[in-house]
Design a binder for this molecule. Structure first.
Ligand code: ACO
Length: 504
C-alpha cells in the first residue's frame, strides 16, 4: 500500500468505523456527551449506523440501553476503531493513554482548552501519545464528523430545540446525502453551513471540523476528498494553512478534478488576532493566500454568501473557459443589474451569432415574442413573456456556438409565466454542456418555491441578479484555471458522463 493509501484508509475510519467508544457519554440532557451518544444510538436504532457502540462514563451503568464502562481500559473487546472524547481537557491525556493501550485507530477530541488558549504543553502531551501509538486525531477543539450515509454524527449540537410554546423546531439540521463536502476549521461556522445547506435542501457528502489540527490537518483532509467518490465539490473554511508547500501540492491535484471554494478569514489585524485565539492559527498575509489560491485553482469567496453561491454553481453546472454570457430576462432593471455585475467580474455581455439574431427576429415577426422585446444582449422578453417564449428563446441561445453561459432572470411575478417554466428550462439545459444560472427575486412563497425547484433539478438559483452574475464568474474563473492546466476537456467529459448517469 502506498503512503497515500494508508492515510486514506486511516481517515476512512473517521467516517465509517466498525466500532465507536464515546468517552464522556452522558445521561444528562443538554450535555455534549448526551447529544453525541444519542446521535449514535438513534442512528444505530434506525439501522443507519452499523458499528458497535460503547459508552464510557465512570458513574453510569447503562446509557440509552447500552452497557456503560468506567474507562476504555474496561471495555471487554480489543478492536475499538474510533473514540470520541468529550471530557474536560485535563482528563484527555489519560483517556488517550487508555486508547493507545487498546490500539484504537482514530480519535475525535471535541474538548476545548488546548493550544487555542496557550495550553500548548497539554496539547503536546496528547500529540506525543498519539504519535507514539499511531492514533490519528481530529481536533482537539473541533466538532468532528457528520456522514449522512454511515450515520457517524459527533455534532454536539442538538438537532431540535423546544420553543417556549412547546413547539419542537429544527435547530441544527443534518443535511441529506449529497455532493458537497464541508471541511472546516471553525466548528460553529461549519454547523451554520449545515443549517444553510439543509435550508436550501442541498445535500452533503461529508462534514468534517478539524479545530486545532493536533494531527490531521486541512491538507490531509483535502487529499482524502480527492478520492472520495461521493464528493463533487468542497466547501472549505480556514483560518490559516499549516504547511503551505504541501497544501499547494495537494490543492493543485484536487482542483483538477473537483472544485474547492474557500472562505479564508483573518484578513485584517483584528481578524488574525481572533483566529489565533479561536483555533491557534496564524492567519498570515492575505496577499499570499490570494496568490496561493490563484495558483492552485481554489475559488476564493469574499464573504459567506459568495461561499455558498459559488459552491452550488460549481458543483451543479459545468465551467466555461470563455466569457461571452447572455442574459435572458423578463425584467429590464434586473437585467441591467446582472449585466453590470457580469462586467465588473470579468464576464462579457457580448454578441449573439448571426443565426441567433435571425431566429429571434423571425420569432418577433411571427409574434412569438412581443414586438417590443429587446433581442440584443440582455434579451428582454418583457412582462408579456410566457413560458413558451422563455423556453424557445433559451433553446436558440443554448444552440449558439459563440455563447458560453446563460443567465435566466425569470421573475415569477409576470402573469404569463407558470410553474412549467422551471421543468421545461431544466429539461432543455440538460441537453447542453453550457452553464445555466437562474435568478428569481423575492422572499415570498413563490420565489422560494421557484428557486428551490430549480435547484432540485441541479440548476443553481439566486435571489439577486448580482449573486447570479458572481456565480457565473466563479464558473468562468474555474474554467480558465482548468484550461490553464490542460484539464478543461477532461473535466467536461467527466461532468457530462456523471450527468448522463444521473449522478448530478
Ligand atoms: N472518562 C469517562 N468519563 C469522564 C471522564 C473520563 N476520564 N472524565 C469525566 N467524565 C464524564 C463526567 O463524569 C461527565 O459525565 P456526566 O455528564 O454523567 O456527569 C462527562 O464525562 C462530562 O464531563 P464534565 O466534567 O461534566 O464536562 P462537561 O460536559 O461540562 O464539558 C466538554 C466537557 C464539553 C468537553 C468541555 O470541556 C468543552 O471542551 N467544551 C467546549 C467544546 C467545544 O466547543 N469544542 C469545539 C467546538 S468547534 C470550534 O468552533 C473550534
Amino acid at each position: 500500500m502506498s503512503q497515500e493509501q494508508v492515510i486514506d484508509d486511516q481517515i476512512r475510519t473517521f467516517f465509517d468505523p466498525k466500532s465507536v467508544a464515546v468517552v464522556g457519554a452522558s445521561r444528562k440532557v443538554n450535555k455534549a456527551g448526551y447529544v453525541i451518544f444519542k446521535n449514535f444510538a438513534e442512528n444505530k436504532r434506525t439501522g443507519l449506523f452499523k458499528g458497535e457502540l460503547y459508552p464510557i462514563n465512570p458513574s453510569e451503568d447503562i446509557i440509552f440501553g447500552y452497557k456503560c464502562y468506567p474507562s476504555l481500559a474496561k471495555v471487554p473487546v480489543d478492536d475499538i476503531k474510533l473514540v470520541v472524547v468529550i471530557v474536560p481537557a485535563m482528563a484527555v491525556p489519560e483517556v488517550m493513554e487508555d486508547a493507545a493501550q487498546k490500539k484504537v485507530k482514530a480519535a475525535i477530541i471535541i474538548t476545548s482548552g488546548f493550544g487555542e488558549i496557550g495550553n500548548h504543553e497539554l496539547e503536546n502531551s496528547v500529540r506525543e501519545i498519539c504519535q507514539k501509538s499511531g492514533i490519528r486525531v481530529l481536533g482537539p477543539n473541533c466538532l468532528g464528523v457528520y456522514d449522512p450515509l454511515t450515520g457517524v454524527d459527533t455534532l454536539f449540537l442538538p438537532e431540535t430545540k423546544v420553543l417556549i410554546s412547546g413547539e419542537e423546531v429544527i435547530a441544527t439540521p443534518r443535511p441529506m446525502p449529497g455532493e458537497i463536502a464541508v471541511v472546516t476549521q471553525s466548528g460553529a461556522f461549519g454547523v451554520a453551513a449545515l443549517d444553510y445547506l439543509a435550508g436550501r435542501q442541498l445535500g452533503i457528502s461529508k462534514f468534517v471540523s478539524f479545530g486545532n489540527r493536533l494531527d490531521l490537518d486541512e491538507s490531509d483532509l483535502l487529499q482524502y476528498f480527492l478520492n472520495d467518490d461521493e464528493t463533487k465539490g468542497i466547501l472549505f473554511y480556514l483560518e490559516g494553512v499549516r504547511d503551505g508547500k504541501r497544501f499547494m501540492e495537494i490543492a493543485r491535484e484536487v482542483t483538477k478534478v473537483k472544485p474547492i471554494v474557500a472562505l479564508k478569514t483573518g484578513k485584517t489585524r483584528a481578524g488574525a488576532k481572533a483566529a489565533m485565539s479561536h483555533t491557534g492559527s496564524i492567519a498570515g498575509s492575505d496577499d499570499v493566500y490570494n496568490s496561493a489560491f490563484l495558483q492552485t485553482g481554489i475559488i476564493r469567496a469574499s464573504d459567506m454568501n459568495e461561499f455558498f453561491d459559488s459552491c452550488k454553481a460549481l458543483v451543479f453546472q459545468p465551467p466555461t473557459s470563455e466569457n461571452n454570457v447572455v442574459i435572458i430576462t423578463d425584467a429590464g432593471g434586473p437585467g441591467i443589474m446582472a449585466a453590470d455585475e457580469c462586467e465588473l467580474k470579468g464576464l462579457r455581455i457580448g454578441e449573439l451569432s448571426g443565426e441567433s439574431i435571425k431566429a429571434l427576429e423571425e420569432m418577433r415577426q411571427r409574434k412569438e415574442i412581443p414586438e417590443f422585446a429587446s433581442i440584443s444582449n440582455p434579451i428582454d422578453l418583457t412582462g408579456s413573456v410566457t413560458t413558451d417564449m422563455f423556453v424557445n428563446v433559451a433553446k436558440i441561445i443554448m444552440e449558439d456556438a459563440i455563447v458560453n453561459g446563460i443567465i435566466i432572470l425569470g421573475l415569477h411575478h409576470v402573469p404569463g409565466l407558470q410553474e412549467d417554466f422551471i421543468d421545461r428550462i431544466a429539461a432543455l439545459s440538460k441537453n447542453y454542456t453550457k452553464p445555466v444560472i437562474i435568478c428569481d427575486i423575492g422572499e415570498t412563497e413563490m420565489a422560494l418555491y421557484v428557486r428551490s425547484k430549480f435547484e432540485k433539478f441541479g440548476i443553481p438559483a439566486y435571489a439577486s441578479p448580482e449573486d447570479a452574475a458572481r456565480a457565473m464568474a466563479a464558473l468562468y474563473n474555474y474554467g480558465m484555471y482548468l484550461l490553464s492546466q490542460n484539464q478543461f476537456n477532461n473535466y467536461l467529459h467527466k461532468f457530462r458522463k456523471e450527468r448522463d448517469d444521473g449522478k448530478l
